[in-house]
Every structure is written in structure tokens, then in C-alpha cells.
Design a protein around this ligand. Structure first.
Ligand code: KG4
Ligand code: ZN
Length: 332
């Protein structure tokens, strides 16, 4: 089964053709980062407008690269939640139009489920059940993946998501949006023991909280500026990254162990972080767990992951009619 998938929940307009949930036939991503960079973050209205302008060309290119016509696709999958409402609406309405015109099933996909499914493309042997850590710009979750379409969140961030903390901390260090990748690069040249940063406590041991840590980095930079002191950006980036990775890793491994999982996966934009990949791989190996991580190219927003999850949603009978609406926030 070949699914045409569309993703427009944030600042990437993406379209892909995916076969049987596991094989990418084509995948096109048009990023708007350069434009949002000017404002230090995503401007929702600009995002919607760019999706509107780009979506036809991006989908045409995905079909062209696949050497297929719309009629040859067996279904149209689309991210309908969560995300920026105006951005989601562009993808949802475009997908509705395609499905209606080509008389194909319309398959709504939850963005976070899509991030998790990126692992199915990269790892043919991976099957539920397993436990997954999702760390992205908008979410930090520990999720029990009971089946391809049944999920249970057992830990979540109480305030900022990991990616959001990366981006805000990066901004205070003078890096452009999105700063996660810049911190990753700088951290490689820094000493992570140089700056002591706070590790938050949470009532639920699987929950996260990153806002205090983010604020302490911002205050540290601010205070240094006021006193005319120099901050070693590489050391601060390394200290911040190490602290975030330790929080994510220790809570995720604890959740995996206490819930009896031997198979674990990582997903979301922050899964691209080299420090997190390394730390989790090391800890999982020590505990005898098999850990799956998508390639960096599938960690950030893309439509291939939506096509993968869309296949399993279709098999479970989760299709929609033309009444489908976009939803800005929706729990798994
Ligand atoms: O999953 P994603 O593309 O979008 C959302 O669904 O939110 O995640 C984007 C987030 C951004 O905060 C970005 O800074 C972060 O992922 N990110 C990274 C790295 N690459 C992307 N954070 C840390 N290290 C990276 N290498
Ligand atoms: Zn995402």
C-alpha cells in the first residue's frame, strides 16, 4: 500500500510517498527556517502563508520523485494535530481536497505518533511493544507504545519541552533559531563540568521540567554581561546539553527498567542531538536494552514518518471523512 503523506504542523512543508509503512519511495521537505530565523522563532502567520504557497509544489515534487500519479496512491495521510492551528489547517484542507478528488481514504495522523513511527522506516525489525522517549520542540514524553496505534504517556514535561529549552538557552548564548543544533556543535568543543546547572525534581519520577534549567542559563549569561565577565560559550553549551541529556536519559532508563522494557526507542527533533544519542546508547547497552534511534534525517519534521504511521492507522480502520478538522493541542 502506497500512502501520500503531508506534514505542515510547524515550519516545514513536507510531502512523501511511503510503502507499507516502512519504505520511503520519495520524501520532500521545504523548510521555512531561514525566514523565521529573522524573528528568533516561528511566526505562526508566516508559517501558514508559506505552507499555502509551498504545498502544491512540494506534493507535486514528491509524486514526481516517486514516478507516480495521485491516482496510483492508495491513501492520503495528513498531520491533523498537534501544532500551529493555521499551519495544520493548510495541510488538512489540502489533504482533504486530494483525497476527495482522487477518491482515496483520508488518514489523520497525530504528529507525535508520526515521530515515533520514523523508527519503523529506519528499523524494519522494530515492532511494538516498546517504550519511547519523544523529545521535540513542543514535546517531551515517555510513552509506552503498546501497539502501532495504542499509546500510553507515563511521563511528560510540566513546562518547557526539551527542544524549546535548547532553543531558548541557545538564544541567550547568541545562537540563531533553532539553536539546538548550534548547542550540539559548540558542546563538542566544551567542558561539561565547567558550569553547574540545576536538575529539577518532579513529583512523578518520569516527568520532566526544563524551565528552571533554561532560566538559570539565561540568568548566568545576563549576570556575566552585567558584571562584564566573559562566558565560555562552548563550556556553557556543553554543561547545558549534558544536564538536559542526563535528565532525559536517567528518567527514561528508569521508566524502561521499572516497567519491564528491554526494547526502547528515541524520537523527535532533539533525537538528532549527538550527546543524547551517545548517552542513551551507552546507558541502554549497560542495562542490556535494545535501543532504536532514527537517522538524523528522520528526527526532525518530515512527511515520511506521517506516511509510516498513516499506514498503521489505516490498517486499524482510523480514517476520516471531509469533516476532519485540525486540532492545536491533543494528547496521545
Ligand atoms: O520534532 P521537531 O522537528 O519539531 C517539533 O515537532 O517540535 O523538533 C525541533 C526541535 C527544535 O527545538 C530544535 O532545536 C531541536 O529539535 N533540535 C536539536 C537538534 N536538532 C534539532 N536539539 C538539540 N540538538 C540537535 N542536534
Ligand atoms: Zn515534530
Amino acid at each position: 500500500m502506497k500512502i501520500l503523506a503531508i506534514e505542515s504542523s510547524c515550519d516545514e512543508t513536507a510531502c512523501a510517498v511511503v510503502e507499507d509503512g516502512r519504505k520511503i519511495i520519495s520524501s520532500v521537505v521545504a523548510t521555512q527556517i531561514e525566514e523565521h530565523k529573522l524573528y528568533g522563532g516561528v511566526v505562526p502567520e508566516i508559517a501558514s502563508r508559506r505552507h499555502c504557497e509551498n504545498i502544491v509544489g512540494v506534493c507535486r515534487e514528491a509524486l514526481e520523485q516517486a514516478g507516480m500519479s495521485l491516482e496510483e496512491c492508495d491513501g492520503v495521510a495528513v498531520t491533523y494535530a498537534p501544532g500551529l492551528i493555521g499551519a495544520l489547517l493548510v495541510g488538512v484542507n489540502f489533504a482533504k481536497g486530494l483525497a476527495l478528488a482522487a477518491k482515496k481514504p483520508l488518514i489523520p495522523v497525530h504528529h507525535i505518533k508520526g515521530h515515533i513511527a520514523a523508527n519503523y522506516i529506519a528499523h524494519p525489525e522494530l515492532e511494538p511493544p516498546y517504550i519511547c522517549l519523544v523529545a521535540s520542540g513542543g514535546h517531551s514524553h515517555i510513552i509506552k507504545v503498546n501497539s502501532y496505534t495504542e499509546f500510553q504517556t507515563i511521563g511528560r514535561t510540566l513546562d518547557d519541552a526539551a527542544g524549546e529549552a535548547f532553543d531558548k538557552a541557545a538564544r541567550s548564548m547568541g545562537f540563531p533559531y533553532p539553536g539546538g543544533v548550534h548547542i550540539d556543535r559548540a558542546a563538542k568543543m566544551g567542558d561539561h563540568t565547567r558550569y553547574k546547572l540545576p536538575v529539577p525534581k518532579t513529583e512523578n519520577p518520569y516527568d520532566f521540567s526544563f524551565s528552571g534549567l533554561k532560566t538559570s542559563v539565561i540568568n548566568l549569561v545576563h549576570n556575566a554581561e552585567q558584571k562584564g565577565e566573559e562566558i565560555n560559550v562552548n563550556d556553557l553549551a556543553a554543561s547545558f546539553q549534558h544536564t538536559v541529556c542526563e535528565i532525559l536519559t536517567s528518567r527514561f532508563i528508569k521508566a524502561a527498567e521499572e516497567n519491564g522494557y528491554k526494547t526502547a526507542a528515541l524520537a523527535g527533533g532533539v533525537a538528532a542531538n549527538s550527546g543524547l544519542r551517545e548517552m542513551l546508547e551507552k546507558k541502554a547497552a549497560e542495562k542490556g536494552m535494545t535501543l532504536y534511534i532514527p537517522p538524523v534525517s528522520l528526527c526532525g519534521d518530515n512527511a515520511a514518518m506521517i506516511g509510516s504511521q498513516g499506514y498503521y492507522e489505516f490498517l486499524a480502520g482510523n480514517t476520516a471523512g471531509s469533516e476532519l478538522n485540525a486540532v492545536a493541542s491533543l494528547r496521545l
